[in-house]
Design a protein around this ligand. Structure first.
Ligand code: HEM
Length: 324
């Protein structure tokens, strides 16, 4: 039950519309009773989009469930070995405790979880990747140093920088961390609520009050970071202001200097995968191509808020394949 090209396009289309309208729709949350009267059209647009999302996702979810049932009814020796467990497969049998009874997830809840997974796991990583590549183009010395580091551990004839090699590349890790510090894709985390009245810096936050954190500003705090606006991966190397990248506490369990993935019990569950993806893509993009700015273009680092904070002017580059 592999997805067809047109199904992928369909998912991309509705998902993109959801993300572009995220802030417009999120606003409805502030005072639903009031916005239901004042912003009726916006609510209708949200319901319409939700309907379209369900129309796209429900047939795929049912298709996948059929495959799972068929597979279960087959004898063990008939089962294909290349079966890959999908995220949605982990949701069918979950038991959730409602107020009264234990129950399974409903189909529309499964749609919401799949949407969350796709939304949280794609745009974030691709946005971070674009910002990192923009800085690599802007700072040719960073690119040269990265290429030299890869060359030190990968044979020149190798086409690909393989996943196993990535842990031997501390400068690469430092580049990724510096990218996430300087340009975290989310400038805030998801809204959290306090479970009891708390006093924060002299202000009372009442029980159930919402709180959020200025993720981007934390990474640029001059009291914590030297020359915070500069792109300097060296700060994450041993001897730099943060010690070695390997030892840097990205989860914030010892101290919080930046929190691009949030911290604590609601920290991004995909952070490990995201860092791995970023390392893999950046290493291979630099290994295969030389990235240079388009002549006369200074790589504009202005920001624009979409679902994540993206480059206002998308990165334009000259790519030359590296002759090996
Ligand atoms: C560079 C890439 C990424 C960044 C910067 C990022 C950042 C974040 C942040 C800031 C949060 C909110 C944390 C909070 O509320 O305290 C979050 C939540 C989440 N992320 Fe990521 N994320 C990334 C990649 C991914 C990937 C690859 C996946 C899945 C494969 C993923 C899945 C999720 C999910 C499911 C949540 C919601 C968790 C919850 O509600 O408890 N993220 N992410």
């Amino acid at each position: 039950d592999k997805l067809k090209e047109e199904q992928i396009k369909e998912i991309e289309g509705v998902q993109r519309r959801l993300q572009l309208n995220f802030r417009r729709f999120n606003f409805l949350n502030f005072w639903p009773k009031l916005t239901k009267i004042l912003l009726k059209n916006r609510w209708n647009a949200l319901f319409q989009l939700r309907k379209e999302l369900e129309e796209v996702f429900i047939p795929m979810i049912r298709g996948r469930q059929k495959t799972k049932n068929e597979r279960l009814s087959r004898k063990d020796d008939d089962k294909d070995d290349d079966f890959v467990l999908a995220y949605v497969d982990t949701l069918w049998d979950l038991q959730i405790s409602d107020e009264k009874e234990k129950r399974k997830l409903s189909e529309v809840e499964i749609v919401s979880l799949c949407l969350e997974f796709l939304g949280a796991g794609t745009d974030t990583t691709s946005t971070a990747l674009e910002w990192i590549m923009a800085n690599i183009v802007k700072c040719p010395q960073v690119q040269d140093k990265l290429f030299a580091e890869i060359k030190g551990v990968v044979a020149e004839t190798e086409e690909e920088v393989k996943e196993e090699v990535l842990q031997k590349l501390p400068y690469l890790k430092a580049v990724i961390l510096e990218g996430l510090r300087r340009h975290p894709p989310g400038h805030f985390v998801l809204t959290h609520a306090v479970t009891q009245d708390v006093v924060l810096d002299g202000h009372v936050v009442p029980k159930n009050g919402s709180v959020n954190f200025m993720v981007a500003d934390m990474g640029l705090d001059p009291e914590v970071w030297e020359d915070p606006m500069a792109f300097k991966p060296e700060r994450f190397l041993s001897g730099g202001e943060c010690g070695g990248a390997e030892g840097f506490d990205l989860t914030g369990s010892r101290e919080i200097k930046m929190m691009p993935f949030g911290v604590g019990r609601r920290i991004c569950p995909g952070s490990g995968l995201a860092v791995l993806h970023l390392e893999y893509f950046v290493a291979n993009l630099v290994w295969k191509f030389e990235w240079r700015a388009v002549e006369g273009d200074d790589v504009d680092l202005s920001e624009k808020q979409e679902f994540t904070v993206v480059m206002k002017n998308p990165l334009q580059v000259h790519l030359s394949p590296r002759v090996k």
